[in-house]
Design a protein around this ligand. Sequence first.
Ligand code: UFG
Length: 325
Amino acid sequence: MKVLVTGGAGYIGSHMVRTLIDRGHGVVVVDDLSSGHRDAVAAEAAFVEADVADGVRMLALLREHGVEAVLHFAGKIRVDESVVDPATYWRGNVTASLALLGAVLEAKVPSFVFSSTAAVYGDPETVPIPEDHPTRPVNPYGDSKLTVERILSSYGVAHGLRWAALRYFNAAGANAGAGLGERHDPESHLIPIVLDVALGRREKVSIYGTDWPTPDGTCVRDYIHVCDLADAHLAALEHLTKGGESGAFNLGTGRGASVREVVEVVREVTGKAVLAVSAPRRAGDPPELVAGVERAARILGWRAKQSDLRTIVADAWLARARLPG
Ligand code: UFG
């Protein structure tokens, strides 16, 4: 199948491109390189440096390459930034998606898979969180992703677009064998930060809050291997192509790990000392986010296979140690 991957030079997108190519699909990557890395894009993929918001360009690309499905990863991803600069999030996540979707409809591309987030739920009332849990995002980032989900739903009704919104929990790990890894600048995610302490690139990791209502007082998250995420996208694509129902799906493991557990696993896996210090809570952090995973299993036939925390950390460690310090 011929697939257009937006944001294919980014962390999750670049892993997706590798997986698609390994499974024999044709791939066109669109990325403006505002946060992605050109060298993360598999050589077998066609690469176009462009902004997804350029609808005219997107339409031309979809037609030129005979694209049969779009996987839309490109977007803004920082919760804290979205709070102080919401316009960038409405533009980068909503306006850009509208432009891309206009082109998708015009070119009659039947299937669309969207990178959504657990942030659509806000502060959950129940954990694990099922997809029909109320969606009340607590920051513009989550709000912008939920808005795109709503646009997709209305386009499904009006135009017959087949879509899946994949709500990622905490993407982590790497396909180190393919030379890929997590390279955000600045880095704010827990696992790469703790690995940098193990590598001696940082002095310490601050644990944001040790008095949360969780078993060890630190926040609990559902870490999901980026290669499992890529497999879930393939499953969603196959489901839509077969005419399966559109909708939103959580992508997680159904199990949580605390910040302290992550630090401990990094110590075990790397054999290095990691200095971790207690710090105040970070604004906007819910204490516990764990995915309900039954819907993806039942409808997409997908479950995480390589998201054991030790595997995630070991793979992320291999990739991180190779990055220039
Ligand atoms: N944390 C620390 N110290 C750090 C960094 C993180 O204690 O230096 C803690 C955070 O407070 C949080 C946990 O580690 O409890 C995980 O934090 P991350 O920043 O790695 O990930 P988040 O859970 O904040 O964010 C992720 C995605 C977002 C998404 C969100 C859903 O990265 O895109 O889940 O709420 F919006």
